[in-house]
Design a protein around this ligand. Sequence first.
Ligand code: IMP
Ligand code: MG
Length: 195
Amino acid sequence: MHEDIEEILLPSEIILAKVKELGKLITAHYRDKNLLLLGTLKGAVPFIADLARAIDLPLEIDYMAISSYGNSTESSGVVRILKDLEGPVQQKNVLIVEDIVDSGQTLHYLMDVLRQRRPMSLRVCTLLDKGRERVKPVELDYTGFQIPDRFVVGYGLDYAQRYRNLPYIGILKPSVYEDQTARPETLHKSPAEDR
Ligand code: IMP
Ligand code: MG
């Protein structure tokens, strides 16, 4: 286990088993429909890579990058598109593939943007749902795991762009983001500032 990890919440075998289950549900729902998997950069990359291979249907994959600003306690509501889809979605059934839903703000904004583009259907698959009270309401169609309100990293999830390559999902030791004197400049911020 990495020295900055307090506890492994989800070992990689557990994650992969769940991803296969989700893949089966998605395969059943989208049979005879075209499907566009829309991954959110960068956190959902490992998840979408495994999920796509667990779906036994022809499908397309594209990505959007969304950035949200604000500190951990106050939600600014400012969200920005850093990278957009390659083409229109009017003729497509879009399934958003998210790594984690916390306040719901990022996903709420993304869904607003996509609804305006009138896809044939729009659904959401998130690997993790933090049981936190939502700032914005969102409906989740597929959820991998409900997790406690702790800051987690690994399997795509980062803190200050680190830990995305851990094969498991673990709780980050609070000392990593609280002990600011022992850390380089890039780590001097609270987890929620780092989307
Ligand atoms: P929301 O807009 O509050 O739902 O935040 C969603 C975004 O916050 C995610 O896409 C992540 O980038 C980030 N985030 C929230 N909680 C965590 C966490 O525990 N670990 C890593 N990133 C997180
Ligand atoms: Mg992030």
